[in-house]
Design a protein around this ligand. Structure first.
Ligand SMILES: C[S@@+](CC[C@H](N)C(=O)[O-])C[C@H]1O[C@@H](n2cnc3c(N)ncnc32)[C@H](O)[C@@H]1O
Length: 359
């Protein structure tokens, strides 16, 4: 099946590598960037499940339409309408709908009325607007789909996503549940909590191993800890944060699951763990907006990196996401070897994931 995948903006490259190195039979076809929204990947896979084992994937769609000859003018919009109308008459659309219904619990599979809605995205220079694109998609769907299909604004059984980037269009039927169900553990929040797909990508960059002692010393709501727990076996997961409230929030999100896991109220600049005792540190320190300040980061970051260097085993990995690029590059200097850097968007800001080893 041909799938269109969404991940957080900037993570497309990591997701591609992760899928290509996974045990499944996934063939990568193409990748695009939808600014501020998503990276978009097209892959061929044998099943949806093999793709969804990657938690870097936020959403998956059955791809029923692709064209790369859409002109940016009003004629382009009319062509899009025609292309959509004919795509809905193909076997591929039927297959997409079948897959969508297969995802539903048995009780929801039989209904006389099928609700649907189009979700449209438009990027690039076009004469037509996003609302005109949506109106065209709605008109075509209403006039082409069977009589028992009803257009609704929200909570539809079928979501038809139309993404136009420059002269390309992708049409997909959404197969994944909404975001809150895919990352259901995230019930309680702290400010500036990390998007789970970014946490999952960072965990992957730490090269998880079955006997890992894993630490997030700025754990906030526990997103990175839980993504590590979901990534496979480990010896021990430790989460710590200076704030008592953050520890309570993390503890609520973790609940009785993911053992063994410890939570501590510690300062990341003075962690009461032995030298060379941790295999991986994956973390999201304050950027200096909601927690601390740019000024205080000048002390926090070097003190934390020194502490990380002390407790990490010689072959251990440190993975950090931050908007403090310059400061990090300055600090990496003599003591760390940079393995990978990845540009991502976190809360609308350009940030960098640094994966490092001790020198
Ligand atoms: C950006 S938030 C982390 C969010 C977390 N990744 C999540 O997904 O919820 C930064 C966290 O660092 C904590 N923090 C700030 N200074 C700290 C310090 N010196 N030691 C430990 N934690 C600290 C804050 O309390 C906050 O929870």
């Amino acid at each position: 099946m041909r799938l269109l995948l969404h991940t957080a903006p900037g993570l497309g490259g990591i997701l591609q590598k992760q899928l290509q190195s996974s045990a499944g039979n996934i063939r990568f076809l193409s990748r695009r960037f939808v600014s501020d929204k998503n990276d978009l990947l097209v892959v061929d896979a044998e099943s949806l499940q093999e793709v969804l084992t990657s938690r870097v994937v936020e959403d998956a769609f059955f791809l029923f339409l692709y064209r790369d000859n859409i002109s940016p003018n009003m004629q382009g919009l009319r062509d899009l309408g025609r292309v959509l109308a004919s795509a809905i008459k193909t076997d591929r659309w039927q297959e997409a709908i079948r897959y969508r219904f297969d995802q539903l619990p048995a009780s929801r599979r039989k209904h006389r009325v099928v609700t649907f809605r189009p979700v449209v995205r438009l990027q690039g220079s076009h004469v037509f607007t996003r609302s005109q694109l949506r109106a065209t998609a709605e008109e075509i769907l209403v006039s082409t789909l069977p009589r028992n299909w009803r257009l609704v604004k929200d909570n539809s059984l079928v979501e038809v996503w139309i993404t136009v980037i420059d002269n390309e269009v992708w049409g997909g039927v959404r197969l994944t549940p909404d975001y809150s169900k895919r990352y259901a553990y995230k019930q309680y929040h702290v400010e500036a909590s990390l998007r789970p797909s970014i946490a999952a990508a960072m965990v992957w960059l730490s090269c998880p191993r079955n006997d890992d002692v894993f630490l997030d010393p700025f754990c906030g709501a526990g997103t990175i800890l839980i993504e590590r727990a979901l990534a496979g076996r480990y010896r021990l997961i430790i989460g710590s944060d200076k704030s008592r409230e953050a520890i309570e929030v993390a503890s609520s999100n973790i609940g009785p699951r993911y053992k063994p896991i410890e939570l501590h109220q510690w300062d990341a600049t003075s962690i009461p763990l032995e030298h060379d005792s941790v295999d991986a540190i994956v973390t999201n320190p304050p950027f200096g907006y909601r927690y601390g300040s740019k000024e205080s980061n000048k002390e926090l970051y070097p003190a934390f990196l020194q502490e990380a260097g002390r407790i990490l085993k010689p072959d251990g990995r440190l993975v950090v996401v931050t908007t403090e690029d310059k400061l990090m590059r300055h600090l990496i200097g003599q003591d760390w070897r940079e393995l990978v850097t990845v540009k991502v968007w976190v809360l609308g800001m350009r940030a960098t994931i640094f994966a490092m080893e001790r020198r």
